[in-house]
Design a binder for this molecule. Structure first.
Ligand code: PRP
Length: 190
């Protein structure tokens, strides 16, 4: 006898906001801007794991300069960055940033708590310069002002997934950025 289909409780990819071609074009433009902005320098591009890893990998290949790379991972104390605002380093940089032209690479600037913390933390390590590039900027949920130097796209106040952005570690490998669609009856704070 056929079993009745059980509805999935897992949210799924929904409407696409930025397709692969739009992302590719914008990353190319950002690469050109950064190339011009760092003429004669060797920018040190730090990826904020894990979300920025995909963007970072594409962006560095769109920059026509010598670059160096590093990676940092941050997490939260207790109830989460989003609520506590307390950030901690889960994986620190491999190399010193002293005297380097640091460019922090983020996938999304949301409340601003992560980047605010990272800016203060990295500033104290005496880089030559410190700038931010974020693929997405979601100003609607900002809790703390953060000055960014390069922005890919303005993002609406929606839960977004793909191209590094996850839901519960899923969907980072989608080649586009889309909305997350919740199953009927399920709601989620983003
Ligand atoms: C996301 C994103 C940023 C941060 C932005 O990371 O990659 O690092 O949130 O949010 P904020 O501006 O509100 O601080 P997340 O903590 O989801 O980890 P992940 O990068 O591993 O997905």
């Amino acid at each position: 006898m056929a079993q009745p289909e059980i509805p999935s409780l897992i949210p799924v990819p929904g409407p696409i906001l930025f397709d692969a071609e739009a992302i590719r074009n914008r990353v190319r433009e950002l690469g050109a801007q950064i190339t011009a902005g760092y003429s004669g320098r060797m920018p040190h591009l730090i990826s904020v794991l894990k979300g920025a890893s995909i963007f970072h990998a594409d962006l560095v290949r769109a920059i026509n300069l010598d670059v160096s790379l590093d990676f940092i991972a941050v997490g939260s104390y207790g109830s989460g960055i989003k609520t506590s605002g307390e950030v901690r380093i889960l994986k620190d940089l491999d190399e010193s940033v002293e005297g380097k032209d640091v460019l922090l690479v983020e996938d999304i600037l949301d409340t601003g708590l992560t980047l605010h913390y990272l800016l203060e933390n990295l500033h104290s390590r005496n880089p030559r310069s410190l700038r931010i590039v974020t693929l997405l900027n979601k100003p609607s949920r900002r809790k703390i002002d953060v000055r960014v130097d390069y922005v890919g796209f303005e993002a609406p106040d929606r839960f977004l997934i793909g191209y590094g952005l996850d839901f519960d570690q899923r969907y980072r490998n989608l080649p586009y950025i889309c909305e997350l669609v919740m199953p009927p009856g399920v709601t989620l704070d983003h």
